[in-house]
Design a binder for this molecule. Structure first.
Ligand code: URA
Ligand code: SF4
Length: 201
């Protein structure tokens, strides 16, 4: 595993994508249709990290292209941003967990070298963790998003802003709860904007 981590850490973007496409390091390789390495601007200042691909992502090979992705895109649009400009979007696991279950620890452990490679290549000015699975797997914590959001955290010296996963908002039934959660995500994004004054696409 250490040799694999080092090998992955040395890959350039092209080799990285080929490596992910051929990866069989965890059981998720058996049920995936396509790997979903990530999408966006390789010079991005903002890195969004989600949990793992769903059905649409698995079919298309691109993160956040289903319902949750539409909500993420509209949030980005409201901020005057786009998924392909100054933003990069990735997940903690690059292959879809069957039936959209949470990725298991051994799967996250096997896949994390790829996210770390992306982080080292991008050197984003901020990491936005979408949901507690991304947050807790990156930090090795067990925070509840409702309690931790609003705080400014950090990962390897990079400011980390935790916020709700768009799917968490979509699963809510109560209209007031939905607007409250959307408002809270908006507040979290204002925090990101305050961290990164100036350059917007
Ligand atoms: N949910 C995620 O966490 N990631 C995706 O890419 C899509 C949905
Ligand atoms: Fe490899 Fe990650 Fe896919 Fe597992 S989830 S097979 S570690 S790319």
């Amino acid at each position: 595993p250490a040799a694999r981590r080092e090998r992955i850490a040395a890959l350039d973007w092209e080799a990285f994508e080929a490596d992910v496409a051929a990866c069989t390091a965890c059981g998720l390789c058996r049920s995936r249709n396509r790997v979903v390495p990530g999408v966006g601007d390789r010079r991005a200042e903002w890195l969004f990290v989600g949990e793992g691909p769903g059905a649409e992502e698995d079919a298309k090979g691109e993160p956040f292209v289903g319902q949750a992705g539409k909500l993420l895109d509209s949030m980005l649009a409201a901020l005057g941003m786009r998924r392909d400009a100054n933003v990069y979007i990735a997940n903690v696991v690059k292959c879809r967990p069957p039936n959209n279950r949470e990725p298991m620890k051994d799967e996250v452990d096997a896949c994390l070298p790829y996210l770390l490679r992306q982080l080292a290549a991008l050197r984003p000015r901020v990491i936005v963790c979408l949901g507690k699975v991304a947050l807790n797997n990156l930090l090795g914590t067990s925070h509840s998003m409702g309690r931790i959001r609003g705080q400014l955290l950090s990962f390897n010296g990079i400011p980390l802003v935790p916020t709700y996963h768009p799917a968490f908002i979509l699963h809510k039934k109560d209209k007031e709860e939905i607007s409250k959660a959307k408002w809270e995500v908006w507040e979290d994004m204002q925090k990101v904007l305050a961290l990164i004054p100036g350059k917007r696409p």
